[in-house]
Design a protein around this ligand. Structure first.
Ligand code: IMP
Ligand code: MG
Length: 177
């Protein structure tokens, strides 16, 4: 059995950091209408908490993607499972992501969304694994830089479990069968 390991980022620190990001976003986009685009499923919790802390009129859209590859390795080939519901041409788009690992998913999504000619396109990601991105990414709003290990909680899963934890933790693989 795999279980929940050591807590890396507490619920309190996550909420505090999201408030800081939300304050910056509210300032940076003052007077503008923003479309938040969440990447399912991982970003659902960040999207929900972030949106409630942003003091701007917001629209919401979601995409669902899956990257081909094994459970803990990404291949860079991204399959779109659910596309946007609305046009983003001429809109200020903020892409909300849970975690940047290799960066390949985000890189693909940014190219895809840029192709739809938004007025602006920026990224808000809660986590970025340190030093392992395979592509150069410009992430305007970044929550935490973390060690390049597998983490769970706050939207992030292992085999579809643990997304509901309000904190970020390592996987406890001690009891792995
Ligand atoms: P990337 O394309 O390698 O940057 O990562 C793509 C996706 O893999 C992320 O959006 C997550 O859904 C998932 N992922 C990457 N690292 C982790 C992790 O440590 N825990 C859970 N999911 C992860
Ligand atoms: Mg994701």
């Amino acid at each position: 059995m795999i279980g929940v390991g050591e807590v890396l980022i507490s619920e309190e620190r996550i909420q505090q950091r999201i408030q800081e990001m939300a304050d910056r976003i509210s300032e940076d986009y003052a007077g503008k209408d923003v479309v938040l685009v969440g990447v399912l499923k991982g970003a659902f919790m960040l999207m929900s908490d972030l949106a409630r802390k942003i003091d701007l009129p917001l629209e919401f859209d979601f995409m669902a993607v899956s990257s081909y590859g094994s459970a803990t390795m990404t291949s860079g080939v991204v399959r779109i499972l659910k596309d946007l519901d609305y046009e983003i041409t001429g809109r200020h788009v903020l892409l909300v992501e849970d975690i940047i690992d290799s960066g390949l998913t985000l890189n693909y999504l940014l190219k895809y969304l840029n192709g739809r000619k938004p007025a602006s396109l920026e990224v808000c990601a809660l986590l970025r694994k340190s030093g392992i991105q395979q592509v150069d990414l410009d992430v305007r709003y970044e929550g935490f830089e973390i060690p390049a290990q597998f983490v769970i909680g706050y939207g992030l899963d292992h085999d579809q479990l643990y997304r509901n934890l309000p904190y970020i933790a390592f996987l406890d693989e001690k009891h792995k069968s």
